[in-house]
Ligand binder design. Structure first.
Ligand code: FES
Length: 255
């Protein structure tokens, strides 16, 4: 646990905010891990909020996250200012694994699942892997981080209402030709999107799904985040999203 100072905090789309912290000392991280941020109004002892790591700025020694302002916790977080400090655990959990020898990766992000793709795209790009990012949003007004992703590869955009990019779903971009050219996929977003991506990729491209789940402790102690998974012996069991994930090999995830 560390108290980290806020270096930047601003709106980047409707109800979506960017928050940059100073990095904790001796930072170790993987793309896809999350920060567990405690927010309080000074009266209630609120739970922590898990927010995916979006970008590490090595030059400034800073960690960036992007989040949607929704419930009480994130509304309180939105009221914090540059110079304030927050109690932050992490980066926590298991992130995305990069594989030596991969030449082309498809990154799929839906809504608030887009932020972890930025650091991942940066690392893949630096390793010489071609990046194709497919991102989906409800509408243009909540679209985020597209220009950030464009620094690292091709970006294909879909929106539900057609106000930006192609109208439809991220899977609409997943042609046979695209899938045949990919060595790996990485996806993060709402469950219906992950289920559709898992079905599309099964038996064709190996990859990873990052699950979004409500969390309590964030460190494997409270069982608030359990999800059904296919275990190694083929049976269905449970795993903790905070500790065993949030990133899982795609075949392990059982919807
Ligand atoms: Fe407590 Fe995962 S949040 S076990």
């Amino acid at each position: 646990m560390a108290r980290l100072t806020i270096l930047e905090h601003r709106e980047i789309a409707d109800n979506m905010r960017w928050l940059l912290f100073e990095a904790p000392k001796d930072l170790q991280y993987q793309p896809g891990q999350f920060l567990h941020i405690r927010v309080t109004d000074g009266v209630d002892h609120l739970l922590r909020r898990p927010i995916s790591l979006c970008k590490v700025d090595g030059g400034r020694k800073a960690l960036g996250v992007a989040y949607r302002v929704g419930g009480k916790g994130t509304k309180l977080l939105a009221g914090k200012n540059v110079g304030d400090t927050l109690d932050v655990l992490g980066p926590l959990g298991k992130g995305f694994k990069l594989h030596e020898g991969d030449r082309h990766a498809i990154l799929v992000g839906g809504g608030i699942g887009v932020p972890p793709m930025v650091e991942l795209a940066d690392q893949l790009h630096r390793n010489g892997v071609k990046v194709t990012a497919i991102v989906g949003f409800q509408s243009k007004s909540v679209a985020i981080l597209i220009d950030d992703l464009k620094q690292y590869g091709d970006v294909l955009v879909s929106t539900n209402d057609g106000s930006l990019g192609r109208q439809g779903f991220v899977t609409d971009y997943m042609t046979d030709e695209l899938l045949a050219s990919a060595d790996r996929f990485y996806a993060c977003g709402p469950t219906p999107m992950l289920r559709a991506v898992q079905a599309k990729m099964e038996g064709r491209v190996a990859g990873y799904l990052s699950l979004e789940e409500r969390m309590g402790c964030g460190i494997g102690a409270c069982m608030a985040c359990v999800t059904s998974c296919r275990l190694a012996d083929g049976s269905i069991g449970y795993k903790k999203v905070c500790k065993d994930g949030p990133v899982f090999p795609a075949p392990e995830v059982y919807f």
